[in-house]
Design a protein around this ligand. Structure first.
Ligand SMILES: C[S@@+](CC[C@H](N)C(=O)[O-])C[C@H]1O[C@@H](n2cnc3c(N)ncnc32)[C@H](O)[C@@H]1O
Length: 268
């Protein structure tokens, strides 16, 4: 089943229909799980609901506890959660999931259309930069970067190389915030237009630059830094302040500092 088909199925039969019973929910989970994105835990489901994800199914081992959590931490999503969540026994939840999140909540969401994400990434004028991760290797880092991009209102996150930016562990690391920004994989040749600022410890001090809203902010691989291909496409190499003898910062930390620098410049 493609994600498009999953989306159609999701709209024609929602949790209030086929999946309203535990048996129905388990059956729906089986039908949808390969085409949909797993949202693991209450916070991921909360973010996905807030940012308009299409969520055909939420399962929980304790619906009352999940709704109490929503009332305490995120009253804005309580009603949506109440409408979608189906309670199923914890031992059955364990069979559906690689591991059960401590909040006992999980959901399946329809992945946004690639064409829509690519259009959002290419659209100009661009109100906020696109983050480019050049051949990232660590799934947790990629998730943390997507969370940062969502928090700063970046236009999106593009990865080059073989890492799948929608891998379940990336989605887990991003706490469901893939739905708050545009996330896709592309080659360096396919990057959208815009000035490329490549982050490299050998570059010019970033504090001497104001990063424009239409920038592509590119970060290198954890192992080998910025690739030759991306270096050739870069308009500028910029560095984050770092005292001598420290080799580099962690990838996600570098993205956080750079987005903060962009946001501070945008207010001047
Ligand atoms: C863990 S570092 C890569 C280290 C790698 N061994 C290298 O040779 O660059 C991952 C990425 O974070 C960014 N980064 C880390 N420290 C930086 C710094 N001081 N200035 C600019 N970018 C930095 C760069 O984009 C870098 O490619």
């Amino acid at each position: 089943m493609t994600s498009d088909e999953a989306g159609q199925t999701a709209t024609t039969s929602d949790a209030a229909g086929q999946a309203a019973t535990a048996d129905g929910a388990v059956r729906r989970w089986g039908e949808l799980s390969t085409a949909c994105v797993l949202l693991d835990g209450f916070h991921a489901v909360k973010h996905a609901l807030r940012f308009g994800a299409r969520i055909p199914l939420v399962v929980t081992s304790d619906k009352a506890a999940a709704l109490d959590l929503a009332a305490q931490l995120a009253p804005d999503v309580r009603e949506g959660l109440a409408a979608l969540a189906v309670e199923i026994p914890r031992e059955i939840l364990r069979e559906l999931l690689p591991r059960v999140h401590p909040t006992g909540v999980a959901a399946l969401a329809v992945r946004p259309e690639r064409a829509a994400n690519l259009a959002a990434l290419a659209r100009t004028p661009r109100p906020a930069p696109v983050v480019v991760l050049d051949n990232p290797r660590n799934l947790g880092n990629a998730g943390a970067v997507i969370r940062l991009a969502a928090g700063f209102g970046a236009t999106g996150v593009i990865t080059t190389g073989t890492l799948d930016p929608w891998h379940p562990n990336v989605v887990r690391g991003a706490a469901g915030l893939h739905f708050a920004t545009a996330v896709e994989g592309l080659t360096v040749d396919e990057l959208p237009d815009g000035p490329v600022y490549a982050l490299d410890p050998e570059g010019e001090d970033i504090r001497t630059r104001r990063l424009p809203d239409d920038a592509l902010l590119a970060f290198g691989s954890e192992r080998s830094g910025i690739s030759d291909e991306l270096r050739a496409r870069a308009d500028e190499l910029v560095s984050l302040p770092m005292r001598p003898q420290v080799s580099s910062y962690n990838l996600a930390t570098s993205v956080g500092m750079t987005l903060f620098h962009w946001s501070a410049g945008a207010r001047l």
